[in-house]
Design a protein around this ligand. Structure first.
Ligand SMILES: [Mn+2]
Length: 309
């Protein structure tokens, strides 16, 4: 990804991109939106449209009233999109995620189906020894294979657990009988009480990767997903645990998967964009406070006004 000759090319990742009012190059960015359209099974073909719809529907105000700062000051840079296919595609997703981490930036990977997390978590675990993964998902994803594929979107937790990485699952309310025995060994919750989440956060390793399969949410707010399950989580039932994790731990990567856009109905796409923006905001909240980014954005506006005068 980071090749010198590409620096000359206007279409490369090195060009300046205006995102949420800030003009940045890849090198200047702290947060990289990585569109990863990838579908592991016939059921999830619709998720290939997820990344482009999330970026096109990046509709929100820059200031977050709940977090009391403008998370866009975490310098967000969207990578150009390309299609990823087969095992080669998963390897590319792994390599790009690994490169972003090595470049000391936060990867925010936009799926595609949940299978991409097998690659992105592997990349994160290669850079961080003491890693935990928190997965928000309706499904246990403990199938050994699905649709004749080992790296399927329903085998995510199975593949990650085989690598020995610590996993906590939240939102779980659907399991196949063939997964039951394996699933019972997992730290899996549907909804978490305040007491439970405090204990979960305490037990997490210092570095935490966040993987959000959007079917963790209730279908009433997230209908655009191939495997919806009733009795899902409300917005705050995902955001509150994220905030607790962000307050105490180092979030090293985030993915948002399984959005399957519904033609003519953009609300779920906008909600996924807002979810990504909120997660970025949570990740950098403490650092922003310590380094005074609340003021940073005000400064930018003042500078802009001064230039325009
Ligand atoms: Mn799922």
């Amino acid at each position: 990804m980071v090749k010198k000759e590409e620096k000359q090319n206007n279409n490369s990742v090195f060009k300046k991109v205006d995102f949420m009012g800030l003009e940045l190059t890849y090198d200047e960015a702290k947060t990289i939106l990585f569109p990863a359209p990838y579908s592991s099974t016939s059921l999830t073909q619709g998720t290939l449209d997820g990344p482009s719809e999330i970026i096109q529907n990046w509709n929100m105000e820059d200031y977050d009233l709940e977090l009391n700062y403008a998370p866009c000051t975490a310098k967000i840079y969207p990578l150009p999109e390309k299609l990823y296919e087969g095992e080669k595609g998963l390897q590319e997703i792994h390599d790009i995620t690994g490169q972003i981490i090595k470049d000391k930036k936060l990867p925010v990977v936009l799926g595609g189906d949940h299978a991409i997390s097998i690659s992105t978590v592997k990349a994160a675990s290669e850079s961080y020894n003491n890693l935990s993964v928190v997965i928000f998902d309706a499904h246990t994803d403990m199938k050994d294979s699905f649709d004749n594929k080992k790296n399927s979107n329903l085998s995510v937790a199975k593949r990650i657990s085989e690598t020995g990485v610590d996993i906590v699952q939240i939102g779980i309310r659907s399991v196949g009988s063939e997964e039951l025995e394996d699933a019972e060994k997992m730290k899996a919750y549907c909804r978490v009480t305040e007491k439970e989440i405090n204990q979960i956060v305490k037990d997490l390793n210092d570095n935490v990767y966040i993987s959000i399969d959007v079917d963790a949410f209730d279908p009433s707010i997230m209908p655009a997903t191939p495997m919806p399950e009733p009795w899902g989580l409300k917005w705050e039932e995902v955001i509150a645990p994220l905030k607790k994790i962000g307050n105490k731990k180092n979030i090293v990567g985030i993915d948002i998967t399984e959005l399957s856009p519904i033609h003519g109905f953009s609300t779920p796409n906008v909600i996924c964009a807002q979810l990504a923006y909120k997660a970025i905001g949570i990740k950098y909240r403490r650092q922003a406070e310590e380094e005074g980014w609340e003021n940073y954005y005000e400064k930018q506006i003042k500078e802009k006004k001064a230039v325009n005068r």
